[in-house]
Design a protein around this ligand. Sequence first.
Ligand code: PMP
Length: 436
Amino acid sequence: DQSLCAPLPVLGEDVLVPLVTGGEVGYAALDYAASAPALKRVWDDVAAYAPYYGSVHRGAGYLSQLSTDLFEGSRATVAEFLGCRPGDQVVFTRSTTDSLNLLAAALPADCQVFVFETEHHASLLPWRDARVTYLNAPRTPAQAVATLERALADREPSPSSQLRSSRGGPIGPALVCVTGASNVTGELWPVRELAAAAHAHGARIVLDAAQLAPHHPLDIAELDVDWVAFSGHKLYAPFGSGVLAGRSDWLCGAEPYLAGGGASRKVARRADGGVDVEWHTTAARHEAGSPNVIGVYSIASACKALTEAGFDRLVAREQHLVGEVLAGLAEVPEVKVLSLFGDDAPRVGVISFVVEGWNSSHFAAALSAEYGIGVRDGLFCAHPLVRTLLGSDPGEAGECGAPEAEPGERSLNAIRVSFGAGTPDEHIERFLRAVR
Ligand code: PMP
């Protein structure tokens, strides 16, 4: 059938049109940091592919071949989007959380992990089987680099290691995990400098790019980070997929994240009755089971859409909106915008604030009920950071939820407004009007 062989159509006049925030819908989705709306282009690409859906790496038929090509083609698209180096692997996962847990499961023996207390729980918590050093919240980017350098220089000696510290002592492997842009303040972290510090001390570094990738061009080689993790649903591709990309040695040296079909190259019974397994040494090693081909294809579609649109255009538009929001909030004396690095620190379209005299949860509920605006309230899965920013103890908060507080009490949590590709001026104007 010739129609099956036709190239998938390229849809959408403007690749940055979001699917659900069109003017006629009226709902102002200003919670991109939690999950961004699908770009219409991504939705259209997925819809165009859906009739051709088939198994990946598991069939001889046309649909299976097409799906396998799209799946592996998506891997190449993501590698290009991230500026991967030769030999880097792109592993498809469920999310950033999944990606970082995968890396945590692949740490070499005796690995020490360094992580700032300000991280999202997805970056803070997966390292529980390793020796973890939690670094105090820095108040400037330079302080972040200095804090990391000091901690790495002081790392514990590892008698069994071949690696030597700059002071000559034996040191074991180490990993630094850091966010590129905070999911609470939107502030950009000095990733290049932190990577240089890590490498100068014989450590590796993984970048949590969940909030950076949708808002900023990313280049693994140029940033000189060892791995990058991000989620599709924050990158306008809402189909339950994520990425861990970077160095292959630790990934290939580790046991498969999931054991099963697809990860194994050869399985045979042994004479003693057991089973011998030869695992793949490619990304497939950590992708056992039938993969989420729709999710993976949607990530690739989003990468292409963002690249085609041009990050210059995206960043310029978003920075204009960041300026509008900060200026508008500054006009309301009761509003306090949260920041770790100071009010002038560069940030993506993610801004958290508290309003004097208001319970943040009630404030966010009012934005929704009275103005049709969707924001987020709470602690944003970053309890230690929010505690530092508010100077308060959120107490027994739910994992990501908001602690209860009576109206008029001091804020124990915050309100977050976040936006990006396709956010119309009207949504920002409505938000500022509502806050005023
Ligand atoms: N890191 C950061 C900085 C995030 O903002 C988030 C999501 N809020 C995550 C990690 C986790 O992403 P996911 O829930 O998609 O695994």
